[in-house]
Design a protein. Structure first.
Lengths: 149, 206
């Protein structure tokens, strides 16, 4: 055995280094996935609220109006949009932290997460989840202070 | 069981220990054994210490003493995280990843300075590829190539070292650097382009 190898082994014994238990890595792995799923779900919820806000702001006729983009710009809630963006970023970072996350191109991951959140958000919006949360939030005083519509 | 160094050295008793020393015993098998018995970790250290030291010296310009410290941290870290070894990866990729991270941390702590690749290095594979690309008959001069590689940006130098000196595959480099294979391939292509440009500046190529 070489001198360096000997020193390394001695150092490990002197410092009394121990193997981290398996459950440590298991919990770490589960936490990353749990946070990723939570971020996607919360992102989808905020997206469904945004959709509900927009629907109220633009109205059914607004979708076919020539002023659609103006109505969209005026109706969009920056609060929920910001929340959705934060959840997309958070989900992106968590996916990169998974064991396999680095194997895919960043923009593919970003695009995939964005599509997933938007699709789930629209589905939840279709089920009226966004409406219900928005209506509940209307009763909260803080909501009017931060909401811009 | 007594795991003191003296005991280990004199007590390489059983046949499995001897068998594990043989080069055909897979690293992954050694890891499983090392989790139960520290003596097997010595075999891992013995097997990888020279390779990792060479890699670190190639990647960052540091003294032997610094390289020794980095190597020590690499093996201590690897020992601590042995249960977290991802069996989907090659063990060498996992260990090189730890070494890469330790080397980068060391680099961040030190002020940036150009790297000089060791003089006994051979760049035959890289030189022949560059020669083919620029279609010149003359051989690239090793010393100049070493100097130019030493001047490369860290991210390019790293892929060049891993690809042409450590002879790692694109997939292995991808696992070591935690980058997609496509990005590794782009980095290598860009690194070679920069190398060619620099070599032309130095009038090494015709």
């Amino acid at each position: 055995m070489s001198e360096t190898s000997k020193k390394i082994i001695e150092e490990i014994h002197e410092r009394n280094v121990k193997h981290r238990p398996k459950w440590y890595f298991l919990i770490k792995n589960i936490s990353v996935w749990a946070l990723l799923i939570a971020a996607i779900f919360l992102g989808a919820l905020t997206m469904s609220i945004e959709e509900s806000v927009l629907e109220k702001g633009i109205g059914v006729h607004g979708f076919f109006s020539s002023e659609f983009f103006l109505l969209l710009f005026r109706g969009i809630s920056l609060l929920w949009l910001l929340c959705a963006v934060l959840f997309v970023v958070f989900a992106f970072l968590n996916l990169r932290l998974t064991k396999e996350g680095y194997r895919y191109r960043a923009w593919w991951i970003g695009l995939g997460i964005l599509l997933l959140i938007v699709t789930l958000g629209l589905l939840l919006g279709h089920e009226g989840v966004g409406d219900r949360i928005e209506s509940a939030a209307e009763h909260a005083s803080w909501y009017h202070a931060y909401s811009d519509h | 069981m007594d795991f003191s160094l003296g005991t280990i050295m004199t007590n390489q008793d059983n046949s499995t220990s001897e068998a594990a020393k043989a080069p055909d015993v897979a690293d992954e098998q050694l890891v499983t054994l090392a989790l139960k018995d520290d003596r097997y970790y010595e075999i891992i250290v013995e097997r990888y210490e020279p390779k990792l030291r060479r890699y670190i010296l190639r990647f960052i310009h540091c003294s032997e003493a610094d390289a020794q410290d980095i190597i020590q941290d690499v093996f201590i870290n690897a020992y601590r995280n042995l249960n977290g070894f991802d069996t989907d990866l090659k063990f060498s990729s996992w260990l090189y990843r730890i070494a890469h991270n330790e080397a980068v941390s060391h680099l961040r702590r030190m002020s940036a300075r150009p790297t000089v690749i060791m003089e006994d290095e051979t760049f035959d594979a890289l030189a022949s590829e560059l020669n083919t690309e620029i279609e010149v008959g003359n051989k690239l001069e090793g010393i100049k190539l070493r100097t130019v590689i030493g001047r490369l940006d860290e991210k390019y130098r790293d892929v060049i070292v891993l690809r042409y000196l450590e002879e790692k595959s694109y997939d292995e480099i991808s696992d070591i650097l935690r980058k997609p294979s496509g990005s590794v391939s782009s980095l290598i292509t860009r690194a070679k382009r920069i190398l060619l440009k620099e070599l032309k500046k130095e009038n090494i190529t015709s």
